[in-house]
Ligand binder design. Sequence first.
Ligand code: URA
Length: 458
Amino acid sequence: MRVVTLAAEDDFEGWRDAARALAAARVPPGDIVWQVGAAPADLFGDEAVLGGSPTQLRVPRRFLELAREVVLHSDPERFALLYALLTRIAADAHVIDDSADPLLQRLERLAKAVRRDIHKMRAFLRFREVIDDAGPRFIAWFEPEHHIVRANARFFVDRFNTMRWSILTPEVSLHWDGETLSEGPGASKADAPQDDPTEAIWKTYYASIFNPARLKTGAMLKEMPRKYWRNMPETALVPELIKGARARETAMVKTARAAPGSNSLAAWEALRDEAAACTRCHLYKHATQTVFGEGPVDAPLMLVGEQPGDQEDLAGRPFVGPAGQVLDRALADAGIDRGKAYLTNAVKHFKFEPRGKRRIHSKPDAGEISACRWWIEQELLLIRPKVIVALGATAARSLFGKVMTISRARGAPHDLAEGGEAWVTVHPSYLLRIPEATRKAEEYDRFVADLRAAARRV
Ligand code: URA
């Protein structure tokens, strides 16, 4: 029997190196005990196994991606299950493509639970402000179900880069001082501040989402598990919401007649109104207004552009200028009803350079995209489209949080952290810029084909 001791619960690299060496040495799954401990030095009960070169075993990338997620699950069997699949893949690489394989299915379920937990931490973690010697610091308490905290750290560093913050969880704490991320031991809820009056904005936002009828049916519980309510300032409102149920229900019945799904509509309106006052980056200073998304709040298809252009900035609506006209024609040719899709932009303010009386479009930079990501994430969380189409590189960068090459990414779905599948295609203004007629027509046809392929998934 060999005992493999990994450095931590989320030690993917440790598991991968050990598993590769063990599989190359053909050690059967039943001969290994996987454990997590503080002393990774004694990685193998039998040093001889290290003689097998880890590089001898070629592992499909898909398996490694799966393993990277599964390792974060709290199931103590996960290391052994992954190793069992690895040994089968070593004999036949096609196992990873056999969607009916029960072991693969089980591991995919674990990966899905991990992704959900990562997403919940991003969506439901709330910071409270405290003042210490160096000024404001933001502290959040969160209880994940799986070992996802370190894997999520980069997201919070990117999102809250200029703030000093700490995220406390039972297993580990993360601290960001504006420059360096450090780790500390686990904490308890009592270590985090319990209340913060500055969170009124969240309370308003969630008050419009929380709906007493749904509270009673439990539909909202499904959306936002009770476990998370405890740590969210807005949930202090729940008793009040229940108390006011009768009045709200009457109002709801009225608005429900006016617009189906009006509960989400109210939340979307609150979000749009909040975005109207956005100063998250400097672009608001020169633009006429925030151009928020538009469309049904339960749209199964969301189209994401780059930023409003000159005409959109004046009209306050996305895609009403020249690029919008190309988009409208392509949507019609792809059999998509624009009125049934939700249209929005990665950046919600027009960025331009003044040239005489004209305002010339200027591409948003990484900082502006990242500052505005907040809004698109909220739109995704509210609308929950099944399919999202990124129109161009800026939209893709915003949705995936990294630079994407359109030619490589186009033509296939990609999972989004917020849920739903994203398709990447060109921006309609790219088509406007192609001078040569035959190429223009070909590229237009490809664009329509991309839209059609995405719409088929809805
Ligand atoms: N281009 C975009 O990306 N979005 C718009 O809304 C208009 C033009």
